[in-house]
Design a protein around this ligand. Structure first.
Ligand SMILES: O=C(O)CCC(=O)C(=O)O
Ligand SMILES: [Fe+2]
Length: 360
């Protein structure tokens, strides 16, 4: 009898939600979801600690008081340099809007499987796409995660089902986009650049805003599966909200730290484009999503990036040909997206492909 390979896909892969629906009768995960079969996986699975991540008071970013403004720019600089992850407080997004958005995405995942399949895009730049894992054509082991992804800016797209989703998402997109834009301006200033430097250099009027909703159903063997493996985001800045179930972990000084959900808060993180632009001064941060055996977790990550045709390179003011030469090749944002999508979602491998030399 032929030995079964752990890398054989299940016959017809629809969603992890459909598979998890067989739980509790399903007592073990199919081998294709078992991450322990991957060499050198130990670090990716190591235990996480509890520690608080920094907070940034968003209301101070728009303050007309120069002292408050300079204090929050310092907080932002410290949070970006030490952690690359922070909680955004006083962001002004109504709690009811955040809840409605999470519920509307949840209702999308609850649609019959055939209806969701209408939105199965193929290419990374398709404006609406749902699926499972990350990219089933390149993933060797599958992630315990379903997703729906849609581009909300510069042109607004959203699935037409469930019927409430598009209307809620339109208003949400504007509000969350304003928060991200203000954070980006603060980051620009905190790097010693003009307030509008990033806006202008990367044409943020036409910047991509991509929403990814993630669903992580209960898993019978959570210690063997991964919701999302360690990765960094391709964006400038990602804003994330989640239901009350934890699972996000961030790497800090070589350890994994739980980012426990705080009601009505937004988690922000630095993505690869800020690492490139700052020539490595601010690093995009590794994070992962773990799963559990009891509750379904939902998260919504909103990626804010440059315009697709904008060329991202280290800011000239932050490099110097002798002591601090550019550490990354210049690349169009849309090419970077294709680079990330065409390989495994794997640590910081996309950034490593354009890195010119190792930086501290
Ligand atoms: O679900 C989470 O908490 C993390 C989501 C995430 O990292 C992503 O979508 O890139
Ligand atoms: Fe992420």
């Amino acid at each position: 009898m032929a030995a079964t390979s752990p890398f054989v896909s299940p016959p017809k892969l629809t969603s992890i939600k459909a598979l998890a629906a067989e739980f509790p009768a399903l007592t073990s995960i199919p081998p294709v979801y078992n991450f322990q079969t991957v060499p050198n996986i130990i670090e990716a699975f190591s235990e996480a600690d509890d520690e608080s991540i920094p907070t940034v008071d968003f209301s101070l970013l728009t303050s007309s008081n120069p002292e408050e403004r300079s204090k929050v720019i310092q907080d932002l600089a410290k949070a970006c340099q030490d952690w690359g992850f922070f909680m955004v407080t006083n962001h002004g997004l109504p709690e009811s809007m955040m809840k409605a958005m999470i519920e509307a995405c949840r209702a999308f995942f609850d649609l019959p499987e055939e209806e969701k399949q209408e939105f199965e895009g193929k290419h990374v730049l398709d404006p609406i796409r749902c699926g499972t894992s990350f990219n089933v054509s390149v993933d060797k082991v599958l992630f315990w995660r379903d997703f729906v992804k849609f581009f909300m800016h510069p042109n607004f797209h959203a699935p037409t089902k469930p019927s409430c989703l598009s209307e809620i998402a339109l208003e949400f997109s504007k509000r969350v986009g304003q928060v991200a834009r203000e954070i980006t301006r603060g980051i620009s200033e905190s790097l010693g650049l003009e307030l509008d430097y990033i806006d202008e250099a990367l044409d943020l009027e036409n910047g991509l805003q991509i929403l990814i909703a993630n669903l992580y159903p209960p898993c019978p063997q959570p210690e063997l599966a991964m919701g999302l493996p360690p990765h960094s985001d391709h964006s400038l800045v990602t804003l994330l909200m989640q239901n009350e179930i934890g699972g996000l972990q961030v790497q800090h000084q070589g350890k994994w730290i739980n980012v426990n959900p705080i009601p009505n808060s937004i988690v922000a993180n630095i993505g690869d484009q800020i690492e490139i632009l700052s020539n490595g001064k601010y690093k995009s941060v590794l994070h992962r999503a773990v799963v559990n055996s009891k509750d379904t977790r939902t998260s919504i990550a909103i990626f804010h990036g440059p315009a697709p045709d904008a060329v991202v390179s280290p800011a000239s003011k932050l490099v110097d040909s002798v002591s601090n030469p550019p550490a990354y090749k210049a690349i169009k944002y849309k090419e970077y997206l294709e680079l990330q999508q065409s390989h495994n979602l794997d640590w910081k491998s996309a950034l490593e492909r354009i890195r010119l030399y190792d930086i501290e």
